[in-house]
Design a protein around this ligand. Structure first.
Ligand code: ATP
Ligand code: MG
Ligand code: MG
Ligand code: MG
Length: 562
């Protein structure tokens, strides 16, 4: 590609309102442009990288036995009402109406569409298991779109869904997906960890996140120094202490918190407080009570408190009502996970959580009045651990350290959550109708692009790993008006293209300094400079990652680069 013919609008200055390197560099090097908050155009270079990431994802998905399809981004609201998520997803779901006033959602994820699709087309166990995936634009009205491609409101996701006749089959596919994900992130050159998600509260055997290690990551993970044990500490009670936010949380002492009785009051309270919920989890305690754990950033009387935990035990009539109430109250102001699988949480576990999360800490501070009934039946003690840095790893191997991570992938055993709600059943060998068992598997394709840049850059620009570089080689004649240089550069350009390399040819009439600075910024692995020694057929090769320079003949060049 001749640079004069494409669009690579580089910027010398770091754009304002950009906090992280990937955002700054992708803008400066002309890969992306912002349309409006959280919404971006991919310019030609950005589009090329996206395509390469997509191809790696496709190859590994196909290897894992999944088949590609494409579903609509605009979806009838009825589907979301059927699953209940129209009410529980909250304002992150983009909603719109057509000219006839019919309601729609823009796909934030596709469980509803795929479940109804498979429900209508697959009736027998003979057609199972079935794994389908797509790579498609997703829409989420994130409360705080930020960090460029890392948290957008419109972004590219690979989402896969699997359907099974039994649990063993789901486990098998889940493991295949786990391997496929590990392959993908390894091929992308990323330094990552697969972590147990929601470790603190749920044991989390059924869901893993893939985290790219990075200082700017929004998640905190606890990992072992000696083994593969790693968990997202999202809900681990230790977070308050670990993140040293405790001092801030103490300010809450000044605040009178109401004794919450109903979930509606909880919602009102959080609304009034301007709570930005990071995570909320509801435990079904019994038919009468649920325990709501909320982690969020609060603003109370102009005091900002980050990462505060709150817990409330709330009286509810039935599980259905739990879902309904949560849907239109808490669910409408933040993400919520309803763990209805925990039949009964032991009262000791409740007590433990309440104390650890929001009750008395070492200094004896109470953040909130919580008075759980003690009528709770004892059944299951959730896998709660109080992990801190320096602890022995739960698997007994090595000690625990904390790190920040960017979530680039998430795999999840859904079970029958959607198939039951939407009537996706199949007939088993004995002709009995059963709900299909499901799994879902996401990768943030556009987020991955930014995550790679976070790990691959230096002070001069991006340093692409070979696997996803937009072009393999950057050919730069120092002076395009010099006939010998122009002719040799053109010849090299054609020869490298014939050797099936993807070449960017800087044929612009710019000063050498400008061309070199742009080349470093854009970050292709190899730069070939055609300069003074063009007459002799000698060029200079520069390797972007090491900065190493080498003068070689044109003949050698092709051999070296192939
Ligand atoms: P996060 O915790 O960062 O909000 P999520 O858990 O809501 O992500 P999932 O529903 O698990 O996201 O979606 C699958 C993948 O899509 C995520 O692992 C992530 O890589 C990507 N993703 C999610 N939200 C965004 C976003 N706003 N911008 C870019 N990528 C995203
Ligand atoms: Mg999210
Ligand atoms: Mg997440
Ligand atoms: Mg996730």
């Amino acid at each position: 590609m001749k640079q004069s013919m494409t669009l690579i609008p580089t910027l010398r200055e770091t754009p304002s309102d950009t906090e992280v390197k990937s955002h700054q560099l992708l803008l400066r090097a002309g890969y992306i442009r912002q349309n409006t908050s959280g919404i971006y155009s991919f310019l030609p270079l950005g589009k090329k990288v996206l395509k390469k990431v997509e191809e790696i994802v496709r190859e590994e998905m196909d290897n894992a036995g999944a088949v590609e399809l494409l579903m609509p981004a605009m979806q009838a609201a009825e589907l979301w009402k059927e699953s209940g998520r129209w009410y529980s997803y909250g304002p992150e779901l983009m909603r719109l109406k057509d000219r006839h006033d019919r309601e729609f959602a823009l796909g934030a994820t596709h469980e509803e569409v795929i479940t109804t699709l498979v429900r209508d087309e697959v009736k027998s166990y003979k057609k199972l298991p079935l794994s389908l995936y797509q790579i498609q634009t997703k829409f989420r009205d994130e409360l705080r779109p930020r960090f460029g491609l890392l948290r957008g409101r419109e972004f590219l996701m690979k989402d896969a869904y699997s359907f099974h006749a039994n649990q063993e089959s789901l486990d098998e596919t889940y493991n295949k997906m786990f391997t496929a994900y590990s392959n993908i992130f390894t091929r992308l050159g990323l330094n990552f960890r697969a972590v147990i998600a929601d470790s603190g509260a749920m044991g989390g055997k059924d869901t893993h996140e893939f985290m790219v290690l990075s200082e700017i990551g929004e998640d905190t993970i606890a990992y072992s120094t000696e083994s593969t044990y790693a968990a997202n500490v999202e809900m681990a009670p230790c977070l308050v202490a670990y993140e040293k936010k405790a001092e801030k949380a103490l300010e809450l002492e000044k605040v009178e918190t109401p004794n919450q009785k109903t979930i509606g009051e909880v919602a009102d309270f959080l609304n009034k407080e301007k709570t930005d919920i990071i995570k909320s989890i509801v435990f079904k305690v019994d038919e009468k009570y649920i325990l709501v754990l909320i982690r969020g950033d609060h603003e109370i009387n102009d005091i900002k408190i980050k990462n505060l935990y709150q817990a409330s035990v709330v009286e509810i009539a039935t599980p259905e009502e739990v879902q309904k109430v949560i849907g239109c109250s808490i669910g409408s102001i933040g993400p919520i996970a309803l763990y209805d699988k925990v039949e009964v949480v032991a009262d000791s576990a409740v007590e433990f959580m309440v104390n650890a999360v929001c009750g008395a800490n070492e200094e004896g501070h109470h953040y909130q009045n919580v008075s759980p009934s003690r009528d709770f039946e004892v059944a299951q003690y959730a896998d709660l651990r109080f992990i801190e840095e320096g602890d022995l790893s739960p698997d007994g191997k090595g000690i625990i350290k904390f790190a920040k991570g960017i979530e680039v992938g998430h795999i999840f055993k859904l079970g029958t959550r959607y198939s039951e709600a939407m009537g996706a059943t199949f007939l088993d060998e004995n002709g009995r109708a059963k709900p299909m068992i499901m799994g879902c598997y996401g990768i943030g394709v556009s987020r991955v692009l930014a995550a790679v840049v976070e790990q691959y850059h230096d002070e001069n620009g991006i340093v692409w790993p070979n696997a996803i570089t937009p072009y393999d080689v950057h050919v730069i004649p120092v002076n395009i008006k010099n006939d010998a240089q122009a002719a040799l550069a053109e010849k090299i350009y054609n020869n490298l293209k014939n050797a099936r390399l993807d070449v960017l040819f800087d044929d612009r009439q710019e000063r050498p300094g400008v061309k070199f600075a742009d080349a470093d910024l854009i970050g292709l692995p190899v730069r070939v400079t055609v300069g003074k020694r063009a007459d002799e057929g000698i060029v200079e090769v520069k390797w972007r990652d090491s900065g190493e320079l080498e003068e070689i003949s044109v003949e050698e060049l092709i051999q070296t680069l192939q």
